[in-house]
Write a protein that binds this ligand. Structure first.
Ligand SMILES: Nc1ncnc2c1ncn2[C@@H]1O[C@H](COP(=O)(O)OP(=O)(O)OP(=O)(O)O)[C@@H](O)[C@H]1O
Ligand SMILES: [Mg+2]
Length: 356
């Protein structure tokens, strides 16, 4: 990284970016604003349809917003000519879930291609491509065609290709979702190294809690086309404020309940059990909330599912509990959880005889 790169403190600045697709009744982006700090890793999370991919496509100029401002590496995109935009885009690499390598080119050929588009001589492009493939751990794989590589290896080639023209910003849209957990962790480690060693700013969309926790510096929560909460990783995971953040953290953590339970759940109280999902974060995770509840009220609880994780000294995660339903006990439980700062949500009621 040179001194000019270091002088840039904001990689991308968006202000009130809006976009409505032709014929759509709601906007896909609704005045979304954010400042993506340079040389940091930013994760965007949100339910399906929230507008995450649309935003990414606006950031790499594949999509035009209807209104708002977009500044990339201190350049106001609306003021640039087509040629200037193309030059700017060379510094923005994109990796999507479908990797899109050219099948007829080798790994080396794929990484050389973006440089050749810019007129870099073949010899120089080849040297740089070899260097990049080494950086992503693919020395010895230069001559393999995409079909001869595993999914994880293809993602590595895609990362090398995205960086081929000295990209300063890497945009990743759910790029690890097709990989197994270990390969996904390896790719995350690679991105972390690229961020640390080359100072590449990374903006990624993910539905995976491991990705959020493992590499993000900042997290952005998207709902209905705008960010409803954004902040440093620790703040978002340990002190979520917005209901959507709480909902997403719980769902990102929790594997779905088994179908036989989900199918039997009733939305209205019935004779049987009540199922409650708890979200622990920050201080609440260090207190014996469940033990205290049992001690204080003698409620007969069972744990159906749970997933706890660590962030520095704090534990955070979810638990799904089942308890015999009666209104008095339910009120006591909800008051107890509220008092201890645990977010509690009633998932439904399980009729007697339907075992959890
Ligand atoms: N090319 C398009 N033309 C018309 N509508 C679109 C187009 N792409 C996306 N949309 C709509 O815009 C909204 C936002 O879609 P987008 O793909 O940005 O969501 P997302 O957050 O990436 O969702 P997912 O997590 O499922 O990938 C959705 O309602 C979607 O149907
Ligand atoms: Mg998407």
């Amino acid at each position: 990284m040179n001194a000019d790169d270091l002088a840039i403190t904001v990689a991308i600045n968006i202000t009130d970016l809006s976009k409505t697709y032709p014929g759509a009744t709601c906007p896909a982006l609704d005045k979304v604003s954010a400042v993506f700090e340079a040389r940091k890793i930013h994760s965007i999370i949100g339910l399906s349809g929230a507008g995450k991919s649309t935003l990414m496509r606006c950031l790499n100029l594949l999509e035009r917003p209807d209104s708002g401002h977009l500044t990339i590496l201190d350049k106001d995109v609306s003021m640039l000519s087509c040629l200037e935009q193309r030059h700017l885009l060379c510094q923005v690499g994109t990796i999507f879930q479908s990797v899109n390598l050219l099948a007829r080119l080798t790994a080396l050929g794929n990484v050389m291609l973006p440089q050749q588009w810019l007129g870099v001589p073949a010899k120089t492009a080849c040297l740089r491509a070899k260097e990049l493939l080494a950086q992503v751990g693919l020395t010895g794989f230069e001559d393999r065609y995409p079909a001869q590589l595993s999914g994880g290896q293809r993602q590595r080639v895609a990362i090398a290709r995205a960086l081929a023209n000295e990209a300063k910003i890497l945009l990743c849209d759910e790029f690890t979702s097709a990989l197994d957990p270990q390969t996904s962790l390896d790719i995350l480690a690679l991105l972390k190294n690229l961020n640390r060693d080359l100072g590449v700013t990374i903006i990624l969309i993910t539905h995976d809690m491991t990705v959020v926790r493992e590499i993000s510096d900042f997290v952005y929560v998207m709902e209905h086309g705008s960010f409803v909460e954004q902040g440093e990783l620790e703040q978002i995971l340990l002190h979520p404020q917005h209901p959507m953040t709480k909902k997403l953290l719980a769902s990102l953590f929790e594997k779905e309940l088994p179908n036989h339970i989900k199918d039997s759940l009733s939305e209205t109280p019935v004779v049987g059990d009540v199922l409650i999902r708890l979200l622990f974060s920050g201080k609440s995770s260090q207190e014996p909330v469940i033990a205290d509840l049992i001690k204080a009220h003698g409620i007969d609880l069972s744990i159906l599912a749970g997933n706890m994780d660590h962030l520095r000294q704090s534990v955070f995660g979810t638990l799904v509990l089942s308890a015999p339903y009666d209104l008095g006990s339910l009120e006591k439980m909800m008051t107890h959880f509220h008092k201890h700062g645990v977010v509690a949500e009633i998932l439904g009621y399980l009729p007697k005889g339907e075992s959890a």
